[in-house]
Design a protein around this ligand. Structure first.
Ligand SMILES: [Zn+2]
Length: 102
């Protein structure tokens, strides 16, 4: 992450501590500290700073991570869908056997 003050690529996530950090976390602001100038800033996860202060490599990593997460969700949805269909087939088969026929 690029430091908003000195523009060096040395800002990193800072550990949350205290009420101020907790309150910032509630409104989705994440603390970062710069290794070069020592400044501590809060950056909103959904603001324009989030992407503007990222290096191109970090942006690629974020995109890749997002794509992998979407792929995982899609795979899970397909697996749950197939599982539900199998379950419905089993239930249908079981109830078919218990319906009295004349
Ligand atoms: Zn800095």
């Amino acid at each position: 992450m690029i430091c908003p003050k000195c523009r060096e690529n040395k800002a990193h996530r800072s550990r949350r501590s205290g009420f101020k950090d907790w309150a910032a976390g509630v409104i989705l602001r994440i603390p970062y500290r710069c290794r070069a100038c020592g400044v501590r800033v809060y950056i909103s996860r959904f603001g324009s700073d989030w992407t503007r202060l990222r290096t191109p490599e970090e942006r690629r990593v974020v995109q890749l991570r997002r794509a992998l997460k979407m792929r995982k969700i899609r795979r899970e949805l397909i697996a749950y869908g197939i599982g539900s269909l199998i379950m419905l087939c089993v239930l249908y088969y079981l109830f078919q056997q218990h319906i009295p026929t004349e």
